[in-house]
Design a protein around this ligand. Structure first.
Ligand code: 5GP
Length: 193
């Protein structure tokens, strides 16, 4: 997606250790105009898949996922990383290792929001080693829901997340694909949409 690639070139910052900082438009301050365009692009790609729910993980996935859900006219669910006191009902849970925070956390979704009738589109901001997306797939599968695809804003193609998800038989669509982050420069591959 040209607009996202250009924005990464303009405002993304390369940190050491293969990390890209996009906190001025995605992960902390959020650009709603860009998020709306992203929502429309994913909705266009997945419009014939019969999606009934958009699923993401807090916090940075919520903004893009909400715009996708609005365009597809379906609910958006975000997996929580900490158990809320008000989540007293039955939960779908799994553990996820965070690439950036280097800790394992339990993520959960209330069982009542996903069922075997659902066709899910998973959305997340980054794809690195694929653990966050894999955790979301596991929550969907616990509910018997089908996962129709995974939409990623920024894929770091030098890590193995995409391969892991494709080996699980999942369709991955990334709006920006990064081949390398070196010497403060971002090198792109051709994006999927
Ligand atoms: P994975 O589970 O695929 O290894 O990592 C995905 C999660 O890690 C994303 O949800 C995102 O929060 C975080 N993440 C991974 N790589 C980066 C990065 O380069 N920059 C930022 N800002 N977050 C990242």
């Amino acid at each position: 997606m040209k607009e996202l690639v250009e924005r990464i070139q303009k405002d993304g910052r390369v940190l050491g250790e293969g990390v890209l900082k996009v906190d001025s438009f995605v992960t902390h301050q959020v650009d709603p105009v860009l998020m709306e365009q992203i929502g429309q692009r994913f909705a266009e790609v997945f419009k014939d898949q019969g999606i009934t729910k958009v699923v993401t993980i807090e916090a940075s996935g919520i903004a893009p996922a909400l715009f996708v859900a609005q365009t597809l006219n379906v609910p958006m669910i975000f997996a929580r990383k900490a158990k809320s006191l008000t989540m007293d009902e039955e939960l779908l849970t799994t553990s996820v290792y965070s690439f950036t925070k280097q800790v394992t956390s339990t993520i959960s979704i209330s069982r009542k929001f996903l069922s075997a009738e659902d066709k899910v589109l998973i959305i997340d901001d980054f794809l690195a080693n694929g653990q966050a997306a894999k955790g979301l797939v596991e929550l969907c599968r616990q509910a018997g829901a089908g996962v129709e695809g995974i939409g990623i804003l920024i894929e770091k193609s030098f890590q193995d997340g995409r391969q892991l998800l494709e080996e699980m038989g999942l369709k991955v669509v990334s709006l920006a694909r990064i081949a390398a982050l070196s010497n403060g420069q971002v090198e792109f591959l051709e994006e999927d949409a």
